[in-house]
Design a protein around this ligand. Structure first.
Ligand code: PAF
Length: 282
């Protein structure tokens, strides 16, 4: 496994692979890798001849008061995990490599970015789309892998690939959870022992909402009220949003008639956590 820091090096390596007709999978990450990332890497390794993992804490997708500086980083741990999961190449650029001094071009999207996380994090998805488009151009993968935990991000990236005719397939991989239900996230490391316990309220509310929908409830307000009541019973939890939206357009719906995404963002103390479920068999 190689670790490179420049776009030039990635291009040279991928060019050699393409010459041999080898397929390339890309797993874009911000590092501090956990089993959730490992599941994306495994999907890429089993579906492609070569796998590239990008590790880049992308400044462009963090708002002014967000956790860019404190976002956890550990390249030694990440490279060990990548090695164990048979990654071929890690791309770990500096911000100056990705965003030169004269950088003026952004990828922006309407509609899908406007609700859910787009309300509290208004510039976030512009940063995500721009960096992911750049990574696609740099690596030129045949396949790219993203976690279903960031369901809005996944829908947005699929839409970007469709709208801009990017020649690759985007794969969503299931949420990986701790044994007690908490969705794996690099941000879980911010939680104190007490907060870690309180954070279970997210997955409990997801289980409740999912069982109501699977048992036939189609009225979104009833599902959401039950979930919100449960989360509100946890003293350390403060709801950012709990919503049901159309899975493809990320627009709010009142009745479940098409595939939906039920998504939430909840603060546990100062840490903002997200979780969701999808229901498709309508
Ligand atoms: O999901 C993430 O870790 C990031 O948003 C991504 C897709 C790597 C872009 O920086």
């Amino acid at each position: 496994m190689k670790i490179v820091k420049t776009i030039k090096e990635v291009r040279e390596i991928v060019k050699l692979w393409k010459k041999e007709n080898l397929s390339v999978g890309l797993v874009p990450t911000m590092g501090y890798l956990h089993e959730g990332h490992a599941s994306l890497i495994d999907a890429s390794v089993s579906g492609n001849d070569k796998t590239v993992v990008s590790i880049f804490v992308n400044p462009m997708q963090f708002g002014a008061n967000e956790d860019l500086d404190s976002y956890p980083r550990d390249l030694n741990h990440d490279s060990k995990l990548c090695e164990e999961h048979h990654v071929d190449l890690i791309f770990n650029p500096e911000p100056s490599e990705m965003y030169g001094k004269d950088f003026y071009t952004y990828v922006n999207m309407n509609v899908l970015t406007e609700d859910l996380c787009g309300i509290t994090r208004p510039i976030h998805f512009k940063g995500v789309c721009t960096v992911v488009a750049k990574l696609f151009n740099i690596v030129q993968p045949d396949n790219a892998y993203f976690g279903q935990k960031d369901a809005q991000q996944l829908a947005i990236i699929k839409q970007m690939v469709q709208d801009l005719n990017m020649p690759l397939e985007v794969h969503g991989c299931p949420i990986v959870r701790e044994i007690d239900g908490l969705a794996k996230s690099s941000r879980n490391t911010y939680l104190s022992t007490e907060e870690r316990q309180s954070a279970l309220i997210l997955s409990k509310a997801i289980t409740l909402g999912q069982s109501l929908v699977e048992n036939g409830e189609r009225d979104c307000s009833k599902v959401l009220t039950s979930m919100i009541d449960l989360i509100s019973s946890e003293p350390l939890a403060k709801i950012d949003y709990v919503k049901i939206v159309d899975l493809k357009t990320i627009q709010p719906v009142n009745t479940i008639e098409k595939p939906i995404l039920c998504a939430m963002a909840v603060y546990i103390g100062k840490t903002r956590l997200i979780d969701n479920f999808i229901f498709e068999e309508v």
